[in-house]
Design a protein around this ligand. Structure first.
Ligand code: HPA
Ligand code: ZN
Length: 370
């Protein structure tokens, strides 16, 4: 299983020996304007920044170097990942910390030609440590505004509730977010799915819907009762999107309903490899072939080693996707985004211009793999 110490596929030493078509496709993916719809901002906390913030805040970490920290990223399922993820957050204390965290992610995303990003944040993971909601959201917001001005990247914020806490705590967090209503486009549900089905949060999500929030929920990969949970997100919650949701492929009627509703799924291949042992790349391809609106995303890229480009390249290589299918993944993400209609048009036309400039707009052009 891949550990945090193994790094990006694009850093492979044999890169120059790979067939030209392969490098062409990689360059195509890297240059393509992209939307990221599933990234936890706290999951973008790179080891170097974690060490710097620990120093700044006088916090003792059990690691002295980036290498030691990466070596300790020894997870192989969701609960073991979550332990490392929550522990990492202990260094985030001030508004400046949240600004710096978000700014670092947005700079990196921009460098990969991500033109639009919807970021999750986990307020309860901070308020439970005594860090005020206001501190968290003001820091993130400042970085969003700065990145829009300096890099041109457009962003939105999605507030996730921790499903292993009570529905009452989620409702209190929803209430706490009220002064910042205009800074949050939607609500989501993350953390440990085991024993915490979507229906536990039915009232919270109904209230959020009534307040005008968009709704999404994690249906993590290979969880117990996964298809039952996905059905609940449709029938009991009425989500606008599904995060992960790969196990829907086990249920034909469920897939048909997802297609009928035009719901997008935010698949995170390198995350899947780290916590479920496989990229689930063939599943992404199947979704595309079935007309499901699959997207590829990075989830927690500082922990699951790979940002948008590495996730797309890994999926393309493993599933032998055509160039048309790669473009479809990007189209799906822009179309399923919660950007304003005029922004969506601008973002789409950037993508369309890029594809046309690369001569990749012809129908059914398969990639000839060397
Ligand atoms: N699943 C559930 N909770 C999470 C994740 C995830 O992939 N990342 C951060 N919190
Ligand atoms: Zn996630």
């Amino acid at each position: 299983m891949l550990k945090g110490t193994e790094w990006f596929a694009s850093d492979r030493p044999d890169d120059h020996m790979r067939p030209k078509t392969v490098n062409d496709m990689r360059r195509f993916i890297e240059g393509m304007p992209k939307a990221e719809l599933h990234v936890h901002v706290e999951g973008t906390l790179e080891p170097a920044l974690k060490l710097e913030l620990a120093r700044r805040n006088g916090i003792e970490l059990p690691y002295r170097s980036v290498e030691e920290m990466r070596a300790a990223y020894d997870f192989d399922d969701l609960p073991s990942f979550l332990r490392v993820y929550y522990e990492g957050m202990s260094v985030l204390l001030t508004e400046q910390d949240f600004r710096d965290l978000t700014a670092a992610y947005l700079t990196r995303a921009h460098s990969q030609n991500v033109t639009y990003a919807e970021m999750f944040f986990d307020p309860q993971a901070h308020t439970a440590r005594g860090v005020a909601f206001e501190t968290v959201i003001r820091g993130i917001r400042r970085a969003q505004e700065e990145a829009r001005a300096s890099l041109g990247i457009r962003t939105r914020l999605i507030m996730c509730f921790l499903r292993d806490l009570s529905a009452q705590s989620a409702m209190a967090t929803l209430e706490e977010s009220r002064p910042y209503r205009d800074w949050i486009v939607g609500v989501g549900l993350d953390s440990d799915e085991s024993g915490n089905p979507p229906i536990k949060f039915k009232a919270v999500f109904a209230t959020a819907r009534a307040q005008g929030f968009r709704l999404t929920m994690h249906c993590d990969v290979d969880q117990e009762d996964s298809t039952r949970h996905i059905w609940q997100t449709l029938d009991d919650i009425g989500v606008d999107r599904i995060d992960h949701g790969v196990n829907s492929l086990e249920d034909e009627a469920l897939c048909a309903e997802i297609v009928r509703r035009g719901l997008a799924l935010t698949v995170c291949p390198i995350s899947n490899r780290c916590v479920a042992g496989s990229l689930k790349a063939l599943e992404v391809r199947r979704m595309l072939e079935m007309g499901m609106r699959a997207t590829v995303n990075s989830d927690d890229p500082a922990y699951f080693p790979g940002y948008m480009n590495e996730n797309l390249v890994a999926t393309w290589e493993a599933a032998e996707l055509s160039r048309e299918q790669i473009v479809q993944l990007a189209v799906n993400a822009f179309e399923a985004s919660w950007a304003a209609p005029e922004e969506k048009l601008a973002l789409r036309s950037e993508l369309d211009d890029y594809v046309a400039s690369q001569g990749a707009g012809r129908q059914g052009e398969p990639l000839v793999r060397g």
